[in-house]
Design a protein around this ligand. Sequence first.
Ligand code: PEP
Length: 257
Amino acid sequence: REGRRPLIAGNWKMHMTHLDAIGLVQKLAFSLKETELEAAEVVVLPPFTALRSVQTLVTGDKLDVGYGAQDVSVHDSGAYTGEISGAMLAALACQYVVTGHSERRAMHTEDDAVVAAKTTAALRHGIVPIVCVGEGLDVRRAGEHVIFCTTQLDASLEGVTAEQVAGIVVAYEPVWAIGTGEVATPEDAQEVCGALRARLAERFGQETADVVRILYGGSVKAANTAGILAGPDVDGALVGGASLDADEFAQICRIAA
Ligand code: PEP
C-alpha cells in the first residue's frame, strides 16, 4: 500500500463509561508491543465522556495509542445545547473524529451537507476527520454501490480543499455489514476502496489520493482482518463491536502491523 501506514480505529459507539474505558485502554497497552504500535497506528474512539480519561492514560506515557471522538458539531461555539465543538475536542488533543457514520446519517438525519460541514469543522481545528461512506443493501443489490459511494464521498467533502484532503481518512462502511456479522468479501472491500481512491485522484490529483488512508468497516474481527487488509487500497479498518474486546481488538491490530 505504497507507504501508507495501516490504521486500525476502534469505534466504541455508545459503550464504555470512563471507568470502563480506562480498563480497556490499559488492557490494550498491556497486550500490544511497541513494535506493533509503530507498524500500525492504533486509535480508539470513545464516547465524549471518556475522552479525558483516555487522554490522561496515553499522554506523556510510552503508550502510543491515538484517540478521537465519534462526532463533532458543525458550530465552533454558541447556544447549541448538548453539542461538542471541534475546539473542545482539540483542547483534549483529539487527533481524530468520525464524520458521516451511517448510524448518524440514519438516526440523526445527517445528510451529506451536514457531514461536509462536520468534516470542515474538524479540519478547522486541526483534527483529522474519518469520513464514512457506504451503501445500503438495496443499492448493493441493484449493483450501484460504486457510484453511490463515490457520489456520497464527493458530497461529504464539499468545501474541503485539495490540501486538506491529503490529511483526511476515508472509511468505506457498507451499511448492510455494520453490526450485522455480515462482512464484505475482500474483493468487495477492495472494489469500493479502489474506486474511492480513483475518485479522489480525479478530483484532487493522484499524489493526494495516494496519501489518503482508506479504511474498511463492517463486522471486522480478527478472523477476517487479514483478508480484508489484503486489498492494495484498503489501508486499515474501522472496527465497531470487536473493538470493545481488548484481546480481539489487539489481535486485529497485530494482524495489521
Ligand atoms: C462501525 O460502527 O463503524 C462498525 C464497523 O461496526 P461493526 O464493526 O460492529 O460492524
